[in-house]
Design a protein around this ligand. Structure first.
Ligand SMILES: [Zn+2]
Ligand SMILES: [Zn+2]
Length: 279
């Protein structure tokens, strides 16, 4: 068994919308990590099949996004997330980290913005349901409201979507929640908000936990809430423990927003070690 780390060389050397070239040094960093930790599997993703995208996005929108230069990067990203979810669900991997460009939580069915131009959760959920999964929790700790993911998930009451942003909202029969973390916070105050919602997650009895982790909330990143590096490690530690308790450890973490390379280079190796069970 292993921790899957999904990364593609195509993600390097381009100025991706919003996040820039944040993976510049990741090929070296990940190769070193994989050499020193036997429990890590570095996996190069395939592009997501266009038929699967068509189950989530409208034909008009797909025709438009296909013309964008970042489309192939976005397709590889969605392919990575879908594959990671399949492999963790089937038990081929214990858990996984997915690095991403140009896809994510601001992608609606028929439009997108904010550097994310294909839905991650939509295609993944279609595949997971085909493989028999029913109840899922999707946690979003990016600095910004997950408007696209929310739209795609709305009406599906077997998905508990918890978005930490700048409003308190409960909708869709209590299965779609936003939690106001304010415009400025601390590691402890934000963690307290996360811990408050853990009983709701336990009561929902998910079969898997997916997590969109942005470090744009870091004090030196573009969506700063004043958080420090240590926060992200604690957060993953907490959610990994929760997944261990409620869904046999099935936990997939995707790299959300954040353009600060120093922060990314510091936190992700630690998160991967943590997921792989290293002290
Ligand atoms: Zn963000
Ligand atoms: Zn929200």
């Amino acid at each position: 068994m292993a921790t899957g780390v999904f990364f593609h060389e195509e993600f390097v050397g381009k100025e991706w919308p919003v996040i820039g070239d944040r993976y510049e040094r990741f090929p070296t960093i990940l190769a070193e990590l994989a050499r020193s930790l036997p429990g890590i599997r570095l996996i190069e993703p395939e592009p997501v099949p266009e038929e699967l995208l068509a189950r989530v996005h409208t034909p008009d929108y797909l025709a438009r996004v296909k013309r964008a230069w970042y489309y192939e990067g976005a397709r590889l990203t969605v392919g990575a997330f879908v594959r990671a979810c399949e492999m963790v669900w089937s038990g081929e991997l214990d858990n996984a980290v997915v690095f991403l460009v140009a896809a994510g939580h601001h992608a609606h069915r028929d439009y997108a913005w904010g550097g994310t131009y294909l839905s991650l959760i939509g295609p993944a959920l279609v595949r997971l349901r085909e493989l028999g999964l029913k109840r899922l929790v999707y946690i979003d700790t990016d600095a910004h409201h997950a408007d696209g993911a929310r739209e795609v998930l709305m009406g599906d009451r077997d998905v508990l979507h918890i978005c930490f942003c700048h409003q308190d909202v409960v909708e869709d029969d209590g299965t779609k929640i936003c939690i106001d973390v304010g415009w400025s916070s601390t590691d402890d105050a934000y963690m307290a908000k996360v811990r408050e919602v853990l009983p709701t997650i336990r009561a929902f009895r998910p079969q898997m936990i997916l997590h969109f982790l942005g470090h744009d909330t870091h004090r030196d990143d573009y969506g700063s809430l004043g958080l420090t590096e240590g926060f992200f490690i604690r957060l993953v530690e907490e959610l990994k423990a929760l997944a261990g308790e409620v869904c046999s450890g099935k936990y997939v973490v995707a790299h959300g927003g954040g353009a600060n390379k120093q922060v990314a280079e510091l936190i992700w190796p630690k998160i991967i070690r943590l997921l792989a069970g290293e002290p």
